[in-house]
Write a protein that binds this ligand. Structure first.
Ligand SMILES: Nc1ncnc2c1ncn2[C@@H]1O[C@H](COP(=O)(O)OP(=O)(O)OP(=O)(O)O)[C@@H](O)[C@H]1O
Ligand SMILES: O=P(O)(O)OC[C@H]1O[C@H](OP(=O)(O)OP(=O)(O)O)[C@H](O)[C@@H]1O
Length: 219
């Protein structure tokens, strides 16, 4: 039997939307995958030569970049944040739509606007994207790294603004924040390890299968 391929998927909110897209490309997890009580992190698929690993969104990119998994599905926010040179993201899966934005309390005054200051403090899970965004405006961003619930930071005085994902805008609204800049649109992508793509033709075949599925969807 050929060596096992490992496909990494995030356990967070992209998962539900990703499963039908994967199925259309022939990647179908075993039944145990859907059992909420199952604590296993590795699952067989209907393909004998492929297994799935279910990890945190940021770790999907790390496993694939290091070649520990040959391919995976992850948001373009994560791809941009890491900028791993060994990752190739050939297919936009048209799922997980949201955008990355700067937000702050309505009450923040004009004196805190980026065009008025040279230095700002920002709470975010995305320090690299955030620094780049503000640098392009000539502003140095000091980032306080959080792993979730960024929206609470301004009311507690941790930072006057946040950079976070926005979809419906409900989380910002419920926490008294308004969006002040749109940084980038986000969707989930198929990612592959560049070396695996060069050495294992099954990786290229899978890219084709995911692409074909996208074109069928667009027809
Ligand atoms: N509100 C949203 N609407 C649509 N897509 C989102 C939204 N929030 C996040 N995403 C996408 O889903 C991905 C995973 O987000 P989520 O925060 O659910 O991940 P997670 O696996 O729970 O994260 P963590 O590793 O922090 O536990 C994000 O990287 C992003 O691409
Ligand atoms: O604009 P909305 O539709 O309200 O969605 C935005 C929220 O969704 C994500 O968080 P998630 O629910 O994944 O929780 P997290 O804070 O643990 O990342 C994101 O970090 C925002 O907080």
């Amino acid at each position: 039997m050929p060596s096992q391929l490992t496909f990494a998927i995030p356990k967070g909110r992209i998962l539900e939307e990703a499963l039908p897209v994967m199925a259309a490309a022939g990647v179908v997890p075993e039944e145990a995958f859907h059992d909420k009580a199952n604590r296993s992190l590795t699952f067989a698929t209907t393909r004998e030569d492929m297994r799935l690993i279910r990890v945190r969104a940021f770790d999907v990119a790390t496993f694939v970049a290091h070649g520990a998994a040959q391919m995976g599905i992850v948001g373009s926010d994560v791809i941009e944040e890491f900028g791993y040179p060994d990752l190739y993201a050939p297919v936009d899966l048209d799922i997980g739509h949201c955008h990355l934005a700067v937000a702050e309390p309505k009450a923040n005054g004009a004196e805190t606007r980026p065009n008025r200051v040279s230095h700002l403090r920002v709470a975010t899970k995305y320090p690299n994207i955030t620094r780049r965004h503000f640098e392009a405006k000539g502003v140095q961003a000091e980032c306080v790294k959080l792993n979730g619930a960024m929206e609470i930071a301004p009311s507690l005085g941790l930072a006057k603004r946040i950079v976070d994902l926005v979809s419906t805008g409900q989380t910002l609204k419920d926490n008294g924040l308004v969006e002040t800049a749109h940084i980038m649109d986000i969707t989930a992508r198929l990612i592959v390890n560049r070396a695996a793509l060069k050495t294992d033709r099954r990786v290229a075949e899978l890219i084709d299968a995911f692409r074909a599925d996208r074109f069928r969807g667009a027809a």
